[in-house]
Design a protein around this ligand. Structure first.
Ligand SMILES: [Zn+2]
Length: 284
């Protein structure tokens, strides 16, 4: 059964770990993510689907595949619409059966972002769907498939975050504290001081985007300062494409069905690594 993310994020917050949110685009990626989560006996796994992948798969198809696979595991699975600035698409995702949505109004002025987020919360909560919003802006790293290459870092302001949460009633807030979408060009400079200040005022689970390639010790610091959900996208794609290229370089030309199966495995390998990172922190 598909669930919203509220219960799993509450468990993460009280247990001192984070839930992974992994981006999927087709059967192979969804299957790879859910298999890795089930095998790790994860407290929950989030399958994230972005609007830009509507060319790969319709919203209804994402719901059908994810719910069919979720029905075969005891692990709670959340199907989450990632970064969406279009409220009509959010309405369609809720109607199709998504259990969670992210409204991304981070490019808008504060008041407009808050007003739109509040509207999305009303729509979503009526259907039992959880909501994530974003305040501040992440810069673009290398090979990012999110946002635009012109995106610049705007750190989330802790006082604004507190006001935003009070005005919108949003379930979880994505913050900008120095992570980037895509791969890091150098060592990431994560502002734990800003994250700590946001967490002291927020009172709700915080979300870290740009999880690909963050050093493990930084993940620990982030989890200790309120991060309950961490998004990983780029590394899943980079790793699976690299391994696929290596497999084909040998000169072998396997059947397409064999490549599909291998790709599920590659996705599972990356997801399993991050689930272990995010969970391990409770013992750190
Ligand atoms: Zn993101």
């Amino acid at each position: 059964m598909l669930v919203n993310f509220n219960n799993m994020l509450a468990q993460a917050k009280s247990g001192g770990f984070a839930i992974g949110s992994f981006n999927a685009y087709n059967y192979e990626t969804i299957r790879g993510i859910i298999d890795a989560g089930s095998q790790a006996k994860s407290a929950g796994t989030i399958v994230a689907f972005g609007k830009k992948y509507l060319e790969n798969m319709a919203l209804e198809d994402a719901v059908a595949i994810t719910s069919a696979l979720a029905a075969r595991t005891d692990m709670p699975v959340c199907l989450h619409l990632d970064h969406c600035d279009d409220i009509d698409v959010i309405r369609m995702a809720i109607a199709a059966g998504f259990t969670s949505v992210m409204y991304d109004g981070s490019a808008l002025p504060f008041e407009q972002n808050a007003t739109n987020t509040r509207l999305v919360c009303e729509l979503a909560y009526a259907a039992g769907v959880s909501v994530e919003a974003e305040l501040g802006s992440l810069a673009a790293g290398e090979q990012s498939h999110e946002g635009s290459s012109a995106d610049r870092e705007i750190y989330t302001d802790p006082d604004q975050a507190a006001r935003f949460i009070a005005e919108t009633g949003v379930d979880a807030l994505a913050v900008s504290v120095g992570t980037v979408h895509g791969l890091y060009k150098g060592k990431p400079n994560i502002r734990i001081d800003i994250l700590r200040a946001i967490n002291e005022k927020a009172g709700i689970p915080l979300v870290l985007h740009g999880g690909s390639g963050i050093p493990e010790e930084t993940i620990t610091d982030c989890i200790h300062n309120g991060i309950c959900k961490i998004n990983v996208n780029t590394e899943i794609s980079v790793y699976a494409v690299e391994k696929t290229a290596q497999a084909l370089c040998s000169g072998e030309r396997p059947h397409l069905s064999v490549i599909g199966k291998k790709q599920q495995k590659y996705v599972s390998e990356v997801v399993a690594k991050y689930i272990a990172f995010f969970r391990h922190q409770s013992q750190a």
